[in-house]
Design a protein around this ligand. Structure first.
Ligand code: SAH
Length: 454
């Protein structure tokens, strides 16, 4: 394996001190202020009227103590300045809290899966940008559940998972690390994954010009001032080719018969379709290089279709390259938590070499004395080569193919394990092949000498 390939197989995990600041944030928010994920009771606690909500807060405090019996280790980095910025609070919506059991309706697949699939499909299938999105940001990534969809999208080589909640990132950042299987069956292209602590309003130079922005069920968690600044960062600074934003459709809430108030206690609002569409349309008015379309996601039973989907999704597309003014960026707004470089195998063989290698492997695997050509054709069908093209191709490398009653068969000589003629190591790349004529890999080519002859 070349040095370059070896490098590609290394993955880098930022050493512990790099994320000690999370511990710092964690301990500070414990001591002094509140965090939205209920590690301690809100300052507005006394005004809570709903017993169930009180009880759920208390339970989360108990759980937190249970899993965090001792104080975190002392911090390495002094990130005092970040404390204020990323410390979040409980806020009380105007309406009463939800009750414990939200609804009897069940979605199959579950609503969150339908959301992820809808966003994945937009990124992967729309011909306007399909296979052309190299870098993607997942804002409000939470436990990074959407990452497993993102990493499979063809063309994606850089993923930025960004969230404002240090506790969740600290607990879950390993959700983006490569599995063992990622080493065994390697990707064909690189993949760099970074988890970053910060806000959707931070115009950090690291995310400038990313190709796609995703914000799944995020905007309804934003405070008014964050919601106001969010478009400037995404459409005025990052300027992605596509941005996909989902949020609950409040019209659908009538289906949740037990629901009182919002779907989640941290929601600052839930919008009707008209409200969401107005917000999004105002954005494209301000950023005319974008257009927007709206989609219902996670539809309910037939009789609820007039309500729209459980989720509503806006797809913003950068349709022109108007030289609109760009919001200035800054360095160091987002704090790196972890970086993983996924292993990948850069197969530089040209297509004909791949067809040849695959075919010969399967010929020897199946034979001798003979192997149906159909069988080999099936094995290399992904290369879109016809049966007769394959026949000619193999014959040009001195395979004997004869017609029998059931079709063509390839004659397979006994394999001589001591022969050195079988080593076809001198692979050619697509570029090298490309400079040749149509029949680039001629039979006389050294890469596949007559190693199949006896
Ligand atoms: N997108 C995830 C989780 C949505 S929950 C999913 O669909 O599964 C909303 C997330 O947004 C939470 O993790 C919360 O911490 C995060 N969040 C809230 N305000 C944010 C902000 N200003 N910037 C980035 N993330 C934020």
């Amino acid at each position: 394996m070349s040095d370059e390939a070896n490098d590609a197989h290394n993955y880098q995990e930022i050493p512990a001190p790099m994320y000690e600041h999370l511990v710092q944030l964690h301990s500070e928010s414990d001591d002094n202020e509140e965090h939205d994920d209920a590690i301690s009771a809100p300052s507005t606690e006394s005004s809570l009227s709903d017993d169930a909500f009180e009880e759920s807060i208390q339970k989360r405090i108990r759980d937190f103590k249970l899993f965090n019996p001792s104080p975190p280790p002392s911090p390495v980095l002094d990130l005092t300045n970040y404390k204020h910025k990323y410390t979040r609070q409980w806020s009380l919506p105007e309406s009463p809290r939800q009750s414990s059991s939200m609804s009897r309706i069940q979605f199959h697949p579950p609503a969150y899966v339908q959301r992820y699939e809808a966003v994945r499909d937009v990124l992967e299938k729309d011909p306007r940008w399909a296979s052309n999105l190299k870098s993607v940001i997942d804002y409000g990534c939470n436990d990074m559940a959407f990452f497993k969809y993102l990493k499979q999208i063809p063309g994606v080589e850089e993923i930025y998972c960004i969230d404002v909640d240090p506790d969740t990132l600290k607990a879950r950042y390993r959700n983006v690390q490569p599995f063992h299987v990622d080493y065994l069956i390697q990707r064909e292209s690189p993949l760099k994954v970074q988890v970053l602590l910060g806000s959707v309003v931070d115009p950090d130079s690291i995310v400038k010009d990313c190709d796609a922005v995703v914000a799944i069920e995020l905007i309804e968690h934003l405070y008014p001032e964050e919601l106001e600044k969010f478009p400037a960062n995404v459409f005025g600074f990052i300027k992605p080719k596509v941005a996909v934003i989902t949020t609950p459709n409040v019209e659908f809430n009538v289906v949740f018969t037990d629901l009182v108030g919002f779907r989640h206690p941290d929601h600052k609002f839930e919008w009707t379709r008209a409200e969401f569409q107005k917000w999004a349309t105002d954005i494209v008015t301000k950023y005319p290089d974008y257009e927007v379309s709206f989609h219902d996601v996670c539809l309910g039973p037939e009789e609820t279709r007039n309500l729209g989907g459980c989720t509503q999704m806006a797809v913003f597309h950068k349709h022109s390259d108007l030289q609109t003014e760009r919001v200035p960026g800054q360095e160091g707004l987002l704090i790196p938590v972890i970086l993983y470089n996924y292993p990948y195998h850069n197969d530089k063989r040209c297509v004909k070499q791949k067809i040849h290698d695959d075919a010969v492997f399967h010929i020897h695997n199946k034979g001798p004395p003979e192997v149906p050509l159909d069988y080999i054709h099936d094995k290399v069908k992904d290369y879109e080569i016809s049966l007769m093209e394959l026949k000619e191709f193999l014959e040009s490398y001195h395979w004997t193919i004869v017609r029998k009653e059931d079709g063509y068969v390839i004659k397979v000589p006994e394999y001589n394990v001591f022969s050195t003629e079988n080593d076809a190591e001198d692979y050619k790349t697509d570029e090298e092949c490309a400079v040749r004529t149509e029949n680039e890999l001629s039979p006389s080519d050294p890469i596949i000498e007559n190693w199949d002859s006896d």
